[in-house]
Design a protein around this ligand. Structure first.
Ligand code: ZN
Ligand code: ZN
Length: 381
């Protein structure tokens, strides 16, 4: 074998991927062309980068261990950089070297394209829509990829050009002498802002941003069972990022409008039904409202104020599951407050029949005995 990549990186043949990476990093720091610009060091940097390329890729390393050097197929001592069409591994090599280029293994220009922001839209829903789900068409004011330049930021027919000042590296370096020797200072390139490319002719539509603001309509399906404060994530429906970067996510925040009858507690609904005293005593069938329309409930004879009547499975649908909560009806018994003479007489007769002695005549305020006995009577005590 012509070259011993293990020896170049100073690692054992059974070194783990992590050890290979650490060894390469350590050497690259010493030999990086930014730090040590002399030609001999640069040549060694290329060598260790080549060694790292083979040993850090499990497939290439396996081939190398079997005696096939991915780099040896070309001319002896060939630099892999910029060569094309010399062996079947070109694709693999291009993938790597096309991305970084020489010296780009540790640093590089930053990308113009950045991920877009997330956006949140509040949606007001009725209780029944929260329970059963809803479909909404939303108009969102958002950034999309610029249709003129497809996000590139350059005028039609042109492309970003490699920055003359930094040569595409995105940063400029300066060597200064100090008492510990040469010190390397790097900073983002002032010519290109660190991108490594410049937009000579920015796109007239987006001014180089790669995106434009627009209104678009999206149709969203809101699942059954959402509640006030539920967030629904629509991946990739947010804003496109600067430089035409990938979009962020769109979040829908559910706001549940208050219902005039039902109070929601989890997936249960609560409501209060007020029934007349006589109906409570004698029993009745009552029609009440539910999310599914009118429902008949039986008021049993002798129903007390404060009793609850559950309608199982008539509440809100469970989110992402089967089944529903309950509808809980709280009964309030209404005591009649304005009695005419005949009604009053009937009640007095009733009290007498039940052995609840009611003194005749009118009662002055403060005489609570009768009223408390009457209340007890209606409460069945
Ligand atoms: Zn544009
Ligand atoms: Zn530059």
């Amino acid at each position: 074998m012509a070259t011993d990549y293990y020896a170049m990186l100073k690692v054992r043949r059974d070194a783990t991927q992590d050890e290979v990476k650490r060894a390469y990093r350590r050497l690259a720091r010493e030999l990086h062309p930014d730090v040590n610009p002399d030609p001999e060091t640069q040549e060694r940097f290329k060598e260790i980068t080549q060694a790292y390329e083979v040993l850090s890729d499990t497939e290439k390393r396996r081939m190398y261990d079997m005696g096939v050097d991915p780099f040896a197929a070309g001319a002896a001592g060939a630099s892999p950089f910029g060569q094309a069409g010399y062996n079947p591994l070109n694709d693999l090599l291009d993938q790597f070297f096309g991305a970084g280029g020489a010296g780009g293994a540790t640093r590089g220009p930053r990308s113009r394209a950045q991920r877009g922001r997330n956006a949140t839209i509040r949606i007001e829903l009725e209780l029944s829509e929260c329970s059963f789900g809803a479909t909404r068409e939303l108009t969102v004011d958002t950034a999309v990829v610029c249709p003129t330049c497809s996000g590139e930021g350059t005028a039609p027919g042109t492309h970003p050009q490699t920055c003359d000042i930094c040569g595409g590296r995105g940063e400029v370096s300066q060597v200064t002498r100090s008492f510990i020797g040469q010190v390397m200072m790097s900073r983002p390139c002032p010519g290109c802002g660190g991108y490594g490319t410049v937009l000579v002719r920015p796109c007239p539509e987006c001014d180089g941003d790669g995106r434009v603001r627009t209104r678009r309509t999206i149709k969203v399906r809101i699942p059954a069972g959402v509640e006030d404060g539920t967030h629904i994530q629509l991946a990739g429906e947010g804003e496109v990022g600067p430089g035409g970067g990938p979009p962020g996510d769109l979040f829908l925040e559910i706001v549940q409008r208050p219902h005039e009858i039902f109070e929601r507690q989890g997936d249960d609904l609560h409501c209060t039904v007020t029934i007349p005293m006589v109906a409570a005593a004698l029993g009745a069938t009552l029609s009440v409202e539910s999310l599914d329309g009118p429902a008949d409930i039986d008021i049993r004879p002798g129903t007390q104020s404060g009793q609850v009547i559950p309608l199982y499975g008539q509440g809100v649908k469970h989110l992402n599951g089967n089944g529903r909560g309950d509808l809980v009806i709280h009964v309030t018994v209404e005591t009649p407050s304005k009695l005419d003479a005949e009604q009053e007489k009937l009640l007095r007769d009733l009290a007498k029949l039940r052995g609840e002695e009611a003194p005749p005549g009118r009662f002055a305020p403060g005489t609570q005995g009768f009223f408390s006995r009457l209340r007890d009577a209606f409460n069945g005590r």
